[in-house]
Write a protein that binds this ligand. Sequence first.
Ligand SMILES: Nc1ncnc2c1ncn2[C@@H]1O[C@H](COP(=O)(O)OP(=O)(O)OP(=O)(O)O)[C@@H](O)[C@H]1O
Length: 284
Amino acid sequence: MNARPDHNPDQPPATDSPAYVRVRGVRTVLGGKTIFDGLDLDIPRGKITAVMGPSGTGKTTLLRHITGQLPVDAGEIRVDGRNLAELSRNQLFELRETIGYLFQNSALLTDFSVFENVAFPLRQHLRLPEEIVRNIVLTRLQAVGLRGAAELMPAELSGGMARRVALARAIVRDPGLMIYDEPFVGLDPIALNQVLKLIRTLNDTLGITSVLVAHEFAAVRRAADWVYLIAGGKVAAQGHPEELAERDSPWTRQFFGGEADGPVPFQYPARDYAADLGFQAGGA
Ligand SMILES: Nc1ncnc2c1ncn2[C@@H]1O[C@H](COP(=O)(O)OP(=O)(O)OP(=O)(O)O)[C@@H](O)[C@H]1O
């Protein structure tokens, strides 16, 4: 696990097939604010790629681009070889069906049992015999260690268990791509480690490609094969997590070392302070 790349350390780990997600020259403007300005990155097939960066840097926006929920203003995104801009609504919908999601709020259906929550995506889209549904659901629950909790209701679960049920649901239809958006938020250390281990194990055993957005570098370091640090609308740094942590750059010192001062400013961009307070610039 986490083998260091044995090729160019400035490039994501090479795999035999092309990157699952290819982002090229992406420019995004939201509400008049430029979020991305020439964003380039590859999400290698079969690997876990972490996307990190200061708050508000566009990580969730990038996920929305990758899942075709938000078109880019310029540039190109290819997912599994397909240029998203060329897909019809139906094709985009089909593409989204091949993506599994795990969010920080596990978003379980409160009136449904654990079993029915995991079965939901199967029942919603496919007409499978009940016996098959049961086998698939129990296999996924077994994979996350919760087969014995199948009949519990969401209110009876701890936060860590709920996250694992959501993970079982996310993989129930064999996604090619798994998207984890802040999967560790609010978990105690034991639950965090269980989810972390599961992300790694599921990725490796099911051959999934994973994108992991998280702020916890200690966890990312143990899970990810490659890390992109996004800041200022671009990739500010990238590398294998161990190598990135050791790299001595202002970005990595501030971001991975948690320094308050560095390239990420303390102040959100604002109008002139004196003018905002009603003083004339240079006035008495
Ligand atoms: N629909 C929108 N209209 C205008 N601005 C938006 C919209 N969606 C997001 N933004 C802005 O885009 C920027 C990037 O948001 P995004 O949620 O992608 O950041 P993030 O890196 O995921 O942040 P965090 O780590 O805090 O979750 C933020 O400044 C946000 O306010």
